[in-house]
Write a protein that binds this ligand. Structure first.
Ligand code: SOE
Length: 410
């Protein structure tokens, strides 16, 4: 992949060499925030990276025909469907990309695997451990037939987190002692904010825990290469009644004018500590009530030989402290993760020009295309998604028992 490829191509679809490669036809279900983010990924990946297959945005699916047509035009999808079952059965689709709320992940992913498709499923993998177990079992069977199943933990695809993973694996922090992770947002601070699907257990599975906690559990396990062996947790729902949304009940719509209230059935925040399999200690915090924190995901790892620190709001940077340096000149150094030697960056802009949130979805699309072409199990797999689901369930169980330490089976 050559530096400067990013500058090539401006229209929708593939340009130049990529148009001559075999197609990988994508069918996406859902067109809200994640649908837009994934669209961006599929549209851009083949124009920036020299991919072995050419991603084709074949069809987008949503229940509202007008809205899905508008989304198709905006994002560059070739056709639309209003029934996901029809999309899944189409012969001209190779990958089904599931960008719906969690209550439909299992049903759509299982049907897509049964229809012989590869699947990319947004996080968290499912709303329950049982669903995630079934999805993983079916994905493993499908894997034996050459089908791939991947979960959309996109923060693995920030160049700085991928570099952190590489540095941990190279032993640059040594044996781990502490990991501390927080994921803070503030979009629920206003008690008048509407009761959207994300606040209803039957649709979202859980609240800040599944939405934000899933990301940081996955990131902690990915960066350390370890599993969380057990947790002690507290969760809280600060605002228990909220106005029902006007219009579509599932979207992030404005509050209804008539003031009808509904019950919030998920957590607003989760705080938990855990133990890695190596014995290192981990602390986690996920909330939607941290005023001024918009999308603040921070992780710090402290090992015997050094430390690493990452902040999503400064995502082109990684801080590293080399604990083996003489004290006099030691300190955290800021690595600007924009060099061509850094993960994903050989295809992007010259050093110092920086990437953003959307690029994680471009990298996710790139990695899935490579995995399909090379017949490689993609990461994170459904089994990785199941492991995260088990941690989330253990957090809920521990919180119900007022923070009793709850072990997690592998
Ligand atoms: C909402 O809290 C949200 O959009 C999450 O659902 C995403 O996974 C995260 O990337 C940003 O915040």
């Amino acid at each position: 992949e050559g530096a400067g490829a990013a500058a090539a191509g401006t229209g929708n679809g593939a340009t130049g060499a990529s148009a001559t490669r075999p197609p990988l036809r994508i069918g996406m279900v859902g067109y809200a925030f994640m649908g837009a983010a994934h669209s961006q990924g599929w549209r851009t990946a083949g124009r920036v990276f020299d991919l072995p297959l050419n991603p084709v945005m074949a069809a987008i699916c949503g229940r509202d025909a007008d809205a899905v047509r508008t989304a198709a035009e905006r994002h560059g999808w070739e056709s639309t469907e209003t029934d996901w079952r029809a999309l899944v059965e189409r012969d001209d689709i190779d990958v089904v990309d599931v960008c719906t709320p969690g209550d439909s992940h299992a049903e759509i992913a299982l049907a897509a695997l049964a229809a012989g498709k590869h699947v990319l499923c947004e996080k968290p993998l499912a709303n329950t451990v049982e669903e995630a177990e079934e999805m993983t079992r079916v994905a493993e069977e499908a894997g034996a037939r050459g089908q791939l199943a991947m979960v959309g933990f996109n923060y693995r695809r920030v160049p700085a987190t991928a570099l952190a993973r590489r540095m941990v694996a190279e032993g640059r922090v040594g044996r781990l002692r502490h990991v501390r992770v927080t994921y803070l947002q503030d979009w629920l601070v206003d008690p008048g904010a509407p009761l959207t699907w994300r606040l209803r257990k039957e649709l979202a599975g859980s609240g800040a825990l599944g939405d934000l906690g899933a990301h940081i559990v996955d990131l902690a396990q990915y960066l350390t290469g370890e599993r969380i062996a057990g947790v002690s947790a507290l969760t809280e729902t600060f605002v228990r009644q909220r106005p029902l949304p006007a219009g579509a009940a599932r979207g992030l719509t404005a509050a209804s004018a008539d003031g009808v209230m509904g019950e919030v059935t998920v957590d607003d925040a989760a705080v938990f500590t855990g133990r890695l399999t190596s014995g290192a200690l981990v602390s986690f915090e996920a909330t939607r009530y941290a005023t001024g924190r918009k999308n603040s995901l921070r992780i710090e790892l402290n090992g015997e030989r050094g430390s690493l620190a990452f902040d999503l709001e400064r995502l082109n940077e990684l801080s590293y402290h080399d604990g083996t340096e003489p004290g006099e000149h030691a300190g955290f150094r800021r690595i600007l993760v924009t060099e061509p030697e850094h993960p994903y960056l050989d295809a992007w802009w010259p050093p110092g020009h920086g990437l953003g949130y959307e690029h994680t979805f471009v990298h996710q699309a790139r990695d899935l295309v490579h995995a399909v072409a090379e017949g490689r199990r993609p990461e994170p797999s459904f089994a990785d998604g199941l492991q995260v689901q088990r941690v989330l369930a253990a957090v809920e169980e521990s919180a119900e028992k007022n923070s009793v330490y709850t072990p997690i089976a592998p």
